[in-house]
Design a protein around this ligand. Structure first.
Ligand code: NAD
Ligand code: MG
Length: 329
């Protein structure tokens, strides 16, 4: 222990002892504050370094090490979305899966979209939704195709008997070291998945939604503070944040709300299937003030809040879970 460290320690310990002896008798009788972590595992979530791993895109949550926590055993509902009908893109894994579990436990029927390669992850989510006694609808398909986006909204609305909630959550993120290595194919695929698809889906959904419906966009802290190695991805997160704010104003007279959620670093397949370099992945989340990545379970409550009818004055809002990093405005 260095001199400075020892001095700091002694000073702090001395202050604590002095404070304890100065406590009035009444305060000493007060029962201890219960230990209340925000989720059952909050104190024990994994920190970097993480084991080396790499999966082909789009990746599976079931093959990640450690496996992400999507709230499978921890999320408890309280009827906040009883009878609602929700479509979540990218609902097979990561943040979208956490939202799907939470919505089902809050009483909603849930349709998920994902890529055909993600069927094993999607099956797990379908089982989790059905275990709550809710209807689960699985609609695989590629969102880069406008015709598929329109069909997805039609099919989900038909299968659910209506559409109250659309969560535009699917995204593509592939790290590239410099602007010269981002091909036009890369740029196109990222924009089609992350910007065009949410636009196409929202357009088709609004035509079928009534008062009380809500659209949520997953954006990112990248919208306000872009990392240099995911340029076009960060652009796309800024674009949907802007769309959420503008669409909220446009749809307010119809009684349709629009909100955005902005995650910081989260432990999901997106990161292990090309979203981050091996070096970044190994220390993933370390640079956030909490010193670790978020687990999808830790953001599920914000997706519930963003659509909860009790929050009926909240439209055009940004709900953040950045682990202490900057929240885009
Ligand atoms: P994820 O890999 O679990 O989810 C992304 C999903 O996008 C995939 O499961 C896949 O189903 C879907 N997808 C991708 N391309 C598609 C296509 N062409 N057609 C249909 N579906 C497609 O990863 P995640 O991190 O949970 O990502 C969810 C959202 O969170 C994304 O919008 C992402 O931008 C955002 N986000 C993630 C982080 C993070 O650190 N993980 C940080 C900020 C924002
Ligand atoms: Mg997935």
């Amino acid at each position: 222990m260095s001199d400075t460290t020892r001095r700091t320690f002694v000073t702090t310990a001395g202050l604590a002892a002095a404070a304890a002896s100065a406590l009035p008798a009444l305060a000493q009788d007060t029962p201890p504050t219960p230990k209340a972590p925000t989720t059952p595992q909050a104190g024990a979530y994994p920190k970097p370094p993480f084991p080396n791993q790499r999966q082909p895109w789009p990746g599976l949550a079931s093959r990640m090490s450690p496996r992400p926590d999507h709230g499978e055993t921890s999320y408890k509902g309280s009827g906040r979305l009883t009878g609602k009908r929700a479509l979540i893109t990218g609902g097979d894994s990561g943040i979208g899966r956490a939202a799907a579990i939470a919505y089902a436990r809050e009483g909603a029927d849930v349709a998920i979209n994902y890529l055909p390669a993600e069927e094993p992850d999607a099956r797990e989510v379908v089982q989790l939704i059905e275990a709550e006694g809710r209807k689960a609808v699985a609609i695989p398909g590629d969102l880069r195709d406008e015709a598929f986006c329109r069909k997805l909204i039609v099919d989900a609305t038909r299968a659910l008997g209506g559409l109250d909630i659309l969560v535009n959550n699917a995204a593509r993120q592939q790290t590239r070291p410099d602007i010269g290595s981002i091909s036009s194919e890369d740029f196109d695929a990222t924009m089609k998945t992350n910007v065009y698809a949410p636009f196409w889906l929202s357009k088709a959904a609004v035509a079928r939604m009534g008062p009380g419906a809500v659209i949520v966009f997953t954006s990112s802290e990248q919208a306000g503070d872009p990392s240099p190695d995911i340029l076009e991805y960060a652009m796309s997160r800024a674009a949907v944040l802007n769309l959420a704010k503008g669409l909220a104003k446009q749809l307010a007279p119809k009684g349709i709300r629009v909100n955005a959620v902005t995650p910081g670093p989260f432990w999901t397949p997106l990161q292990v299937s090309g979203g981050a370099t091996p070096e970044k992945l190994r220390m993933f989340g370390q640079s956030s003030p909490l010193g670790r990545p978020g687990q999808p379970a830790e953001i599920a409550g914000l997706y519930v809040a963003a659509v909860d009818p009790a929050n009926s004055f909240s439209t055009g809002q940004i709900f953040g879970a950045t682990g202490g990093g900057g929240q885009p405005g």
